[in-house]
Design a protein. Sequence first.
Length: 271
Amino acid sequence: MRFSRLTSLVHAVIFAGLCSLAVMSGAQAEIPRGTHVKTCNDSGEWPPYFYFRRDNGEATNELVGYDLDILTRIFSKQGIDFTMKLIAWSRCLHEVETGETYKMVSSVAYSEERDQKYIMTDSYYTVQPHYFYPIANFPNGLEINTLAEFNRYRVCGLRGYNYTNFGVPVETIDVGTKVFPQLIEKTARRRCDVFLGRFEIFVGFARTGTDYIKIHNLGTAPIPEVSGDKFYMMISRNYENAEDLRQIINDGIAELTASGEAGRILAPYLN
């Protein structure tokens, strides 16, 4: 009797240990092959990460860019299909939150509020926050050496964009403008002294046929005391496959980064 009980106890301990190891090692994330994941993003484009391919200067209906290349490489290995549609930014965020139509959005800066509303992946690229100004308004140039010096200037940004990691107090940023051309015009008319943006994105807009820096003769410099701004993907908490999708994306990001493939995919866009 004692031997039988001891044997049963040993088996129970071994079984519990195996279960613990399985949990610690992490189960393989699985989403049924053939699953279609609908994604959305900002209708204003975000080159070189997502934008409409141009044909003789005219926008086509074909979306291209780093985000689509990365997702294609990650999802194709899992037999997952996806589409991306560009809609109003605020609408995209709302619809991903509800999860009714769109399940995820890419190229998103981190904030605590977003981390609570959505399931966030690991970061997969970094851009440098810059400030921009019309050289015509500051013919001798503009040099800002500390974050505190922004208090001397009227600072503007785009409505709905996250400037948490720019170091400038968010409550001091005028975000009454929807798109970059309006923001540049607003600054040119001296309603702002400077506006905020990510340098790689402004370089990327040249791929859409609009080189904002050259066309509007803008000066620019990195925001001091601030490191690169990391970007993530966000998944709806109301999507039944959300956790598995996050693990698949995180594993894919780690693999592409470790192999150097992620850098090789991005390099041609920045060149």
